[in-house]
Design a protein around this ligand. Sequence first.
Ligand SMILES: Nc1ncnc2c1ncn2[C@@H]1O[C@H](COP(=O)(O)OP(=O)(O)OP(=O)(O)O)[C@@H](O)[C@H]1O
Length: 277
Amino acid sequence: MRVTIENLDAHRGGRRIVTDVSIAVPSGTVLGLLGPNGSGKSTLLRAVSGIDAPSAGTVRYDETPMTALTRRQLAQRVAVMAQEHSEEFEIPVLELVLLGRIPHGRGFGRDSESDIALACDALARVGAGHLVNRSFSALSGGERQRVLFARALAQDTPVLVLDEPTNHLDIAHQLELLDLIRASDRTVLIALHDLNLAARSCDAIGVLHDGHLVAHGTPEHILDTDLIRSVFRVESTVVSHPDTRQPHFLFDSRSPQPAGRAQVHPLDSVQEGTTTR
Ligand SMILES: Nc1ncnc2c1ncn2[C@@H]1O[C@H](COP(=O)(O)OP(=O)(O)OP(=O)(O)O)[C@@H](O)[C@H]1O
């Protein structure tokens, strides 16, 4: 399913946070959103997934505007893994993952055997099968992230919106989660902070700076030392991975350059179905 964002503005706390963002995510591709703290990544993802209504602009799932979908129809299209979550309550892991099946259910009846099998399969895929009978509130940060990702997978939607899903994960679990995302064949919008993981795992990168989309394209095309300096104010050296040729950044120091919004790359588009890996 293709996700198209057109001229989107989003406000939070009475302030415009995201300004005039247009970006298309072709079906089955992974768009990584990068940007400094406070640049608007979460705000954009919340607007795209319908958690907060955009203040201007349109989001389409294939040809259908988000505004034409009921909550249930939207939840059948997009599963969200938010950055902050309030699931501190004592709920067994299996029940939490089964919440992902609600958009597909007929009401508040008993969970079907196939729903339970799907939930268990999702937990197994994220390496959390052994946690099935534990209480969510008693899990570590990384275990919680994996269970929440399992819930998103169990929702079985064509689109995943993931806000820093690798938080708290050790490097092996970060790679595992990103590889699962790649293998899922879904359309994915994912906010990440690790530029090297983003370059490795995303078909396209969108860079937000001060709420504006300042670069969009394949990692190889847009990620370079000028962009890193302009947007993140960090001096870096880029090397090419000896096997994959993907850009890999070595970070040197904070840049003395004063802050100012980058406008470093003309936006280019990523065609449906094309990947660079
Ligand atoms: N509920 C809110 N009320 C007021 N301002 C908010 C609210 N949520 C976010 N903001 C502000 O909006 C701006 C963008 O926040 P957002 O969380 O979208 O950034 P981000 O790029 O996801 O940041 P990070 O990398 O730190 O997670 C920040 O200045 C933040 O303080």
